[in-house]
Design a protein around this ligand. Structure first.
Ligand code: ZN
Length: 143
């Protein structure tokens, strides 16, 4: 199996069996994001306690890239501090834009999206869940 096949398998697996799928009944922060160029629509809700993400869920509809990326994102950020989640998001953006080949293992399964850098229209799909998470943080900070 080539690396590309492995990455495709990770993406399809998260698409078909998304992790942390659903809506948290009483989130401390939530946001909804759209990617009009593809039709992706994602809602992210989180429970943050003492600066740490205790719960994270996503729901919505869209292409396999947007949905699986959101699934992997929730896996990665649960248990992390908000600041760590933001720095992970920044690393992910650099990777999918092809700006950084030096991403560490902290991106976990999200490295499956490194090939997206070759398809600029898909970058918005891959980053939608992360952007929506950051929007949720911003809405929470305003309160
Ligand atoms: Zn998409």
């Amino acid at each position: 199996m080539s690396l590309n096949d492995l990455f495709t398998e990770i993406i399809l697996d998260h698409y078909q069996h998304p992790h942390n799928h659903g809506v948290i009944a009483k989130p401390t922060m939530s946001s909804r994001g759209f990617n009009e160029s593809c039709g992706d629509d994602i809602q992210v809700s989180v429970v943050v306690r003492d600066g740490v993400i205790a719960e994270a869920k996503f729901s919505g509809a869209g292409c396999s890239i947007s949905q699986s990326s959101a699934s992997i994102m929730t896996d990665l950020v649960i248990g992390k501090s908000v600041d760590d989640a933001k720095s992970l998001a920044a690393k992910f953006y650099e990777m999918v834009k092809g700006n950084d080949d030096n991403y560490g293992e902290e991106l976990g399964d999200a490295i499956a999206f490194q090939g997206v850098s070759k398809f600029p229209v898909r970058v918005k799909c891959a980053t939608l869940g992360w952007h929506t998470l950051e929007e949720a943080f911003k809405s929470g900070e305003k309160k």
